[in-house]
Design a protein around this ligand. Structure first.
Ligand code: HGY
Ligand code: MN
Ligand code: MN
Length: 400
């Protein structure tokens, strides 16, 4: 499975993945998923929001156990973020069949669409729509950097955009969702464990800062006559670092657009996107408030206007305690009593769904902690330990 997926959407220039929602690479990933389902005799379906499901048993029976993750990537992402959860889901099913277990609940494998939000700017679109956390109207207004709207992109990929919307009946059939994911930090490595269990996801969001100034000649405009939006933007980037450090949070400007984007022109517009996350909502509010204050001060000082728009926000997700304790107990049988239970600053579909259904996550050790980069890694032994852990968990949940 891994070898088949490896070349899909991989850039030969960077070695990273560019598997964006509703593109050709995404379609290839989806075809791969369908093929895996078919090869195992699972019934494959695409839901109204473009999420793919493969079923063993009839989900209409209810109380289903679902596992899986996503196959899309950030720009130049790594191989593991997302795909490890989907590959491990199919591999865990193979392992369980090898063990000869009898399933007492329907078992589903899922590939959630557009988890990273790399193309349309909003993460977890597939699960948000399904859980009713994003309305069809809001989704219809999303556009990519070329001005292509989400409905147009869906249509071009053969999915009906008019069908999208909340899917409570589907969620009501699921008794538990367990997402396995590569760890996006080094906690497991430091603790010396291959596999851990998630406790909570930090609240996080994305804010767009538009600094508008005046385009002018870079050679002839005196410094005192300029309204250069790059300057308050630069001050804001530094303020983000300062505020995050002060609060023990994280804040990142990782995407920026400049107009007219000429070497010899003072910009008319600098648009920067802030990604900010903290363990606690109040801390996050303070951090973002501090950054915005610094941005306003900088903008005023340079005769530049500023608009700040919160483009998305995900409150803290605390995973179901009973399910989490189940996972810890099941893992402890093979790993011993000190199973790591970790919080994370990364968003996941499991976090979105945690408000509607019992969800849990397993993390697999990432020796460097690097993620959202081609350098993301996990050893084969650890990936196999993850598959065994997921199989144990699914056996514990779906075969009792
Ligand atoms: O941005 C994130 O946390 C993600 O991996 N979706
Ligand atoms: Mn990711
Ligand atoms: Mn992910």
């Amino acid at each position: 499975m891994w070898t088949e997926l490896l070349p899909v959407g991989r850039s030969s220039a960077s070695g990273g993945y560019r598997r964006f929602a509703w593109t050709a690479a995404d379609a290839e990933c989806r075809a791969w998923f369908e093929e895996q389902a078919r090869a195992r005799g699972l019934a494959c379906e695409v839901d109204r929001n473009g999420n793919q499901w493969a079923w063993l048993g009839d989900p209409a029976a209810g109380n289903a156990v679902v596992t899986g993750s996503h196959l899309d990537s950030v720009p130049d992402g790594g191989a593991f973020d997302g795909p490890l959860g989907v590959v491990s889901a199919f591999a865990a099913l193979d392992e369980l069949r090898g063990r000869g277990v009898r399933f007492t609940r329907p078992l589903g494998v899922v590939n959630f669409g557009d988890e990273e939000g790399a193309r349309f700017g909003l993460a977890c679109v597939g699960s948000r729509l399904t859980a009713g956390k994003l309305t069809a109207e809001q989704a219809h207004r999303l556009t990519d950097r070329d001005g292509i709207s989400l409905p147009r992109a869906m249509e071009a990929a053969g999915h009906d955009p008019e069908a999208i919307g909340p899917d409570p009946e589907r969620l009501a059939r699921i008794g538990a969702f367990v997402e396995l994911h590569v760890e996006q930090g080094r906690a497991l490595d430091e603790l010396g464990h291959a596999v851990g269990v998630a406790s909570a996801i930090w609240p996080h969001g994305r804010w767009r800062f538009d600094f508008r100034g005046e385009a002018n000649h870079a050679g002839t405009t005196r410094l005192t006559d300029r309204h250069d939006p790059m300057l308050p933007y630069a001050e804001t980037v530094l303020a983000a670092r300062r505020e995050a450090e002060r609060a023990g949070a994280v804040a990142t400007f990782g995407k920026v657009a400049v107009e007219p984007n000429g070497v010899n022109a003072i910009p008319s517009l600098v648009r920067g996107w802030l990604d900010a996350r903290a363990a606690d909502q109040d801390v996050l509010d303070t951090v973002v408030g501090g950054i915005e204050q610094a941005a306003r001060k900088g903008a005023d000082g340079h005769g530049v206007t500023l608009d700040v728009v919160r483009e998305s926000f995900t409150p803290v997700a605390r995973f179901d305690h009973a399910l989490r304790d189940d996972l810890v107990r099941i893992l402890a049988r093979t790993d011993g009593p000190d199973v790591p239970v970790l919080g994370t600053g990364a968003g996941h579909d499991a976090g979105i769904l945690s408000a509607s259904i019992p969800t849990a996550m397993l993390f697999v050790r990432n020796p460097t902690g690097v993620s959202h980069s081609p350098a993301e890694s996990a050893t084969e032994d650890d990936c196999l330990a993850g598959v065994r852990a997921l199989a144990d968990v699914l056996e514990g949940l779906a075969c009792r």
